[in-house]
Design a protein around this ligand. Structure first.
Ligand code: UTP
Length: 307
């Protein structure tokens, strides 16, 4: 097994989940295609990968893959119509998605879990360190996270995950990590991982978020990983096995504790919050939206005082 010394160039974006929390919107559309203001969530994620130097992107698709593939493909009829109207700004915006990256697709036949989705990327990734970005988890472009994860992987080898501090009452919604500080480094050493723990049994309030820089050794482990929580093959279980794998075999897991802005668009409430946050910051929509929002909040407060 090589230690994956090449520069990281490949990103894998699993988008084959069932998206049950968002039904019925996700009945015929992957949740990664839901718009955040006016762009599908997954486009923000592809843009983040490209900004970190990962311009070979593999999207793991499930049922309803058509809309994903179409989004990153040319749309000749639409281009012709916009060209005829001289609508160059919209033309530019639809072409953006087409030229962003070298995008590939692989099919996950059954939604057997995130770990299984990552395993579907093995043939494309080969024997190289690669990044995994969850398509419904957005990192604000002003707070780049992937470059520091790639740097930590380059310095220490093994795999690198990203953690955020959450309210202890919410830890059961995430994978949760036990860590040891490394005073000499800006990363921490992961000593245990538990998927969606009971708050009483959680090793910390550090929750795993959807960015990973993985050693290819993860594929060997995933192949032998039995279904865990919810009957799914969990990436967290494979990462736990990598914690105790010797470094010469690609083992070892470090983490970055991320303190920047992150938006979870797979959860309905967070999705609404994300849309509002990103819309108020837009130079084209922000000013008008912000003044409407102020009036709306004032109205809400007035009706609540009346009650
Ligand atoms: P989630 O845990 O959010 O699951 O997956 P989900 O099924 O998509 O959504 P809910 O919980 O039913 O609403 C985390 C990420 O892993 C992908 C999802 O698309 C999402 O990006 N995933 C999950 C797969 O690609 N395949 C799977 O089998 C499971």
């Amino acid at each position: 097994m090589t230690s994956g010394t090449h520069a990281v160039t490949k990103a894998v974006i699993p988008a084959a989940g069932l998206g049950t929390r968002f039904l019925p919107a996700t009945k015929a559309t992957p949740k990664e295609m839901l718009p955040v203001v006016d762009k599908p969530a997954i486009q923000y994620v592809v843009e983040e990968a490209v900004a970190a130097g990962l311009d070979d992107v593999l999207i793991v698709t499930g049922r309803n893959k058509r809309s994903l593939e179409d989004h990153f493909d040319r749309a000749l009829e639409l281009e012709d119509a916009l060209q005829a109207k001289n609508d160059n700004e919209r033309l530019r915006r639809i072409r953006e998605a087409q030229v962003l990256a070298d995008i590939h697709y692989v099919r996950q036949g059954d939604a057997l879990g995130l770990g299984h989705a990552v395993l579907c990327a093995e043939r494309h990734v080969g024997d190289q360190v690669f990044a995994v970005l969850l398509g419904d988890d957005l990192i604000d472009r002003r707070d780049p996270l992937l470059p520091s994860m790639i740097d930590i992987q380059r310095r220490h080898g093994g795999s690198v995950i990203a953690l955020i501090e959450v309210d202890p009452d919410h830890v059961h919604l995430y994978g949760c990590a036990a860590v040891n500080a490394d005073p000499a480094d800006d990363s921490v050493v992961v000593t245990d991982l538990v998927e969606k723990p009971d708050p009483a049994e959680a090793p910390s309030n550090l929750a795993v978020i959807g960015r990973y820089v993985l050693h290819p050794a993860v594929f060997d482990v995933l192949r032998d990983t039995a279904p865990g929580q919810g009957g799914e093959i969990q990436l967290t279980d494979a990462l736990r096995a990598l914690i105790t794998t010797p470094p010469e075999n690609g083992g070892g897991v470090r983490a970055v504790v991320f303190r920047g802005r992150r938006y979870d668009t797979g959860d309905r409430l967070d999705y609404l919050r994300t849309t509002v946050r990103l819309a108020v910051e837009r130079s084209d929509l922000g000013p008008e939206f912000r003044s409407w929002l102020r009036e709306f909040v004032a109205e809400l407060e007035a009706t609540e005082t009346e009650r």
